[in-house]
Design a protein around this ligand. Structure first.
Ligand SMILES: [Zn+2]
Ligand SMILES: [Zn+2]
Ligand SMILES: [Zn+2]
Ligand SMILES: [Zn+2]
Length: 390
């Protein structure tokens, strides 16, 4: 299907069939480029924002129709038009524009690709189906198209839930949601040979290793660092399937148990031992598989609850912008987690990522107000200087 690809090379890229920014009462983004500054509201519908006339012009063919249907609604109803309802409205409006040849169709940009996507209707529970039917009813009321079927809209909501992608910026912050029918065809593996990234709203699939001619291109729909149990749970809940990739079929085998115990398990009591721990059969503690030392459940619980309290504290500190304190709290969490988890633990890795982000944030702020950074940051600067001196 695809020709030979080397690592880093673009395999395929696609503009969204439809997309919307994740706007709420607290944040607004441009409908064209997702920028969040210098925005102006569309004066007619008062729902959609643009960063300037360029984005507004590019979006006009589609928004002209959307603007008409939104403008019919009273002010209160307009507030209830959520991003997911707008995504559905845009889906129907774009289909209509392509049917009427106002927007051209191509082999990679046409509604039949959306029709071919899986909806997993038989796997959805009754409560969720009822919810889809309710929002479908609302979409129907907004559009007022006599030929439209509520069942079809409900099925399309399920389709969006399984197939739409969260569009993130380079820092992996979510900006919006988009439907990329060609990208959605790419299957999942927990051991992928390609990765999906976003450049603005363009979805780009790049090889992460050499992909030989004829090999299937596979991306991961979820965070791949978790244990097999964690990954399978996430895939079942969000994408309604059971993964049978080379990592997942090892579930329960010795090397899978070992991998899980390293990624999400505890460390040995002996600092010098790098063995992994497994739960004892009597559930009183965890035994090191290398040296046999046992850690009690109580001791582990105690450290875990200290970490928990500190994590909650970082949330509060982050929201009030106290970045120096955030950094020192993450340092305390790291210290505790080093005692708790295996050195290669996912939790430890995530804490270190947050710590680095915190350092960057507090150093930018400090340089901004010309206060010389103190404490650990100095350590960073000194190390850098030493490395540059031969
Ligand atoms: Zn824009
Ligand atoms: Zn408008
Ligand atoms: Zn898998
Ligand atoms: Zn040990």
């Amino acid at each position: 299907m695809f020709s030979f690809h080397v690592s880093g090379e673009v395999i395929i890229s696609q503009e969204p069939y439809v997309c919307v920014p994740n706007n709420s009462s607290s944040i607004s983004r441009c409908d064209g480029c997702f920028a969040s500054s210098n925005l102006k509201k569309c004066s007619a519908c008062q729902v959609v924002w643009y960063c300037g006339s360029n984005c507004q012009k590019l979006d006009w063919k589609l928004h002209r129709l959307e603007c008409q249907v939104l403008s019919r609604l009273d002010k209160e109803k307009r507030k209830s038009v959520t991003p997911s309802i707008r995504l559905m409205l845009k889906l129907y409006l774009r289909r209509k524009l392509q049917n009427d040849n106002v927007i051209p169709s191509t082999t990679t940009d046409n509604y039949s690709l959306v029709e071919a996507l899986v909806a997993h209707m038989s796997d959805i529970d009754e409560k969720q189906l009822l919810l889809y039917a309710q929002i479908a009813n609302l979409v129907n009321l907004i559009l007022q198209w006599p030929e439209i079927s509520i069942n079809e809209i409900a099925e399309n909501f399920s389709k969006l839930a399984c197939n739409a992608h969260t569009i993130c910026n380079s820092e992996l912050r979510p900006l919006g949601t988009g439907l990329y029918p060609v990208i959605s065809i790419i299957n999942h593996s927990c051991l992928p040979n390609a990765v999906l990234v976003f450049e603005g709203r363009l979805a780009v699939v790049r090889a992460v290793q050499h992909v030989p001619k004829g090999a299937e291109v596979l991306i991961s729909y979820i965070e791949t660092a978790g244990s097999t149990m964690t990954r399978q749970k996430a895939l079942k809940e969000q994408y309604l399937f059971t993964c049978t990739c080379p990592r997942c079929i090892k579930l329960g085998q010795f090397d899978d148990i070992q991998e899980s115990a390293i990624l999400e398990g505890y460390r040995c009591k002996d600092d010098g031992c790098s063995g992994f721990l497994l739960r004892d059969s009597d559930d009183k503690g965890f035994t090191c598989q290398q040296c046999g030392l046992v850690r009690s459940k109580e001791e582990i619980k105690k450290i875990a609850s200290e970490v928990n309290i500190l994590s909650k504290k970082t949330l509060a500190l982050t929201s009030c912008g106290n970045h120096q304190e955030v950094v020192s709290t993450y340092k305390m969490i790291e210290k505790l987690q080093k005692k708790l988890y295996h050195p290669f633990s996912v939790n430890l890795m995530q804490t270190r990522e947050k710590l680095i982000k915190g350092y960057i944030h507090s150093s930018i702020l400090c340089l901004g107000c010309s206060i010389i950074p103190v404490g650990n940051l100095n350590g960073f600067l000194v190390t850098q200087k030493m490395q540059s001196n031969p």
